[in-house]
Design a protein around this ligand. Structure first.
Ligand SMILES: *Cc1c(COP(=O)(O)O)cnc(C)c1O
Length: 387
């Protein structure tokens, strides 16, 4: 059996070596390293894939969030609501821009922003909601968009983990994750579902005016060369990374399917284990996939995350490492409990779900190259240890 990897970038590269190498060579041949033709070609390809009017490439997913918030004109003191259970980048940029982060609890089935908690957190100062499509599953966007409309709030989708996912609205309409809110952001960090070989990111919007503003902000606030109309940043996707992404984008749907197939294998293997909760899209009952859907296209399984309910999560983590099975705890600390983001407004009783999840979750190897033999070994090892 091949050594099991948490994410098998090498194995994936072997499959696409020729196209990726050709793409990179094209950049080397033209020495057009910044803003080269491949950046524009990738941008156009991604706009088509996502069916969105504007893709604005940038340097990474954290910048994408920051630039999106700058572009919306959010100001110091404006409250921005996001999930307590996510990667810190989401809340980091809110704080960095001197906006006020307001963390709320998540749903226990989807790990995404809890709709009741979100409603309760709205005040007259609230200006925006940042749903994070955590672990590859789209948040309940019917509800988020409904609330945003009711209270006149911006929606910034943090789509770093869910590129390629489809959201089906109650009325049957389908839209790609990241293109539903006023603006969406993503990351092309190597281990993300569409990863480059360095850092990269992008912003998506259907709003022409906002797109224009964002294109200036990523480029030092310039709309005409050497005329700086607004304070901007320097955030670019370089041409080599765009070349890698252009080569990989046509494979994204097959990559999503490979991940779903692995998820299906895991789900089946753990379905009778009383101490394991497998990821479901159950509380996305708004989805056309129905009341309970197991593995469907609203989830692209950036992570495959179990809840271990018998208190043995930490023991399992060590046991698997001893057996050569990589695994990870995403995330071990709730954001409201992080030193940088503590706030006297928060009470522990505001976060019952997140406080439970940080003790029970464990993410298993998940990538496009998992083999049946590996999946069998992983699931058997876990079912023997957690009974
Ligand atoms: C990875 C990630 C980011 C940040 O992306 P970078 O490209 O690493 O800056 C932001 N939000 C979430 C949810 C992420 O997973």
């Amino acid at each position: 059996m091949k050594k099991i990897q948490m994410v098998d970038l090498q194995g994936q590269y072997e499959q696409i070596k020729e196209t990726v190498n050709t793409s990179i060579q094209e950049v080397l041949n033209t020495s057009s390293y910044i803003n080269g033709p491949l950046v524009h070609e990738f941008q156009a390809d991604l706009e088509k894939y996502l069916d969105v009017k504007h893709v604005i490439p940038c340097a990474n997913g954290t910048d994408a969030l920051q630039i999106a918030m700058m572009g919306l004109g959010l100001e110091q003191g404006d409250e921005v609501i996001t999930a307590d259970f996510t990667f810190a980048a989401t809340v980091e940029v809110i704080a960095l821009l001197k906006l006020t982060p307001v963390l709320v609890d998540v749903d226990k089935n989807t790990f995404n922003i809890d709709i009741e908690a979100l409603k309760k957190a709205i005040t007259p100062k609230t200006k925006a909601i940042v749903p994070v499509h955590l672990f590859g599953q789209v948040a309940n966007m019917d509800a988020v968009m409904g609330i945003a409309k009711q209270y006149n709030l911006f929606v910034i989708e943090d789509n770093a983990q869910a590129i390629g996912a489809n959201y089906t609205f109650k009325n049957g309409k389908k839209q790609k994750a990241g293109t539903i809110g006023n603006v969406g952001t993503t990351s092309f960090f190597p281990s993300k579902n569409l990863g480059c070989y360095g850092d990269g990111g992008a912003i998506f919007t259907n709003d022409d005016e906002l797109a224009h503003t964002l294109r200036g902000i990523v480029n030092h606030g310039m709309y005409t060369r050497y005329y700086h109309d607004v304070v901007g940043v320097n955030s670019r996707l370089d041409s080599i990374q765009a070349g890698v992404l252009k080569a990989k984008l046509p494979l994204l749907d097959s990559y999503c399917n490979a991940r779903r197939n692995a998820a299906r294998f895991y789900n089946n293997a753990f379905s009778n284990n009383p101490n394991i909760i497998t990821p479901t899209t159950k509380s996305n009952a708004t989805n056309s996939c129905g009341e309970i859907c197991d593995v469907c296209d609203c989830h692209v399984f950036h992570q495959y995350t179990l809840q271990i309910t018998n208190g043995k999560r930490d023991e399992l983590h060590k046991h698997l490492l001893d057996k050569g099975i990589p695994n990870a705890i995403y995330y071990p600390v709730a954001l409201h409990a992080q030193k940088a983001y503590q706030d006297s407004r928060y009470k522990e009783s505001d976060f019952p779900v997140t406080n439970e999840l940080i003790k029970t979750v464990i993410s298993l190897p998940m990538h496009t190259e998992l083999e049946k033999e590996q999946l069998e070994f992983i699931t058997e090892t876990i079912n023997q240890f957690i009974k």
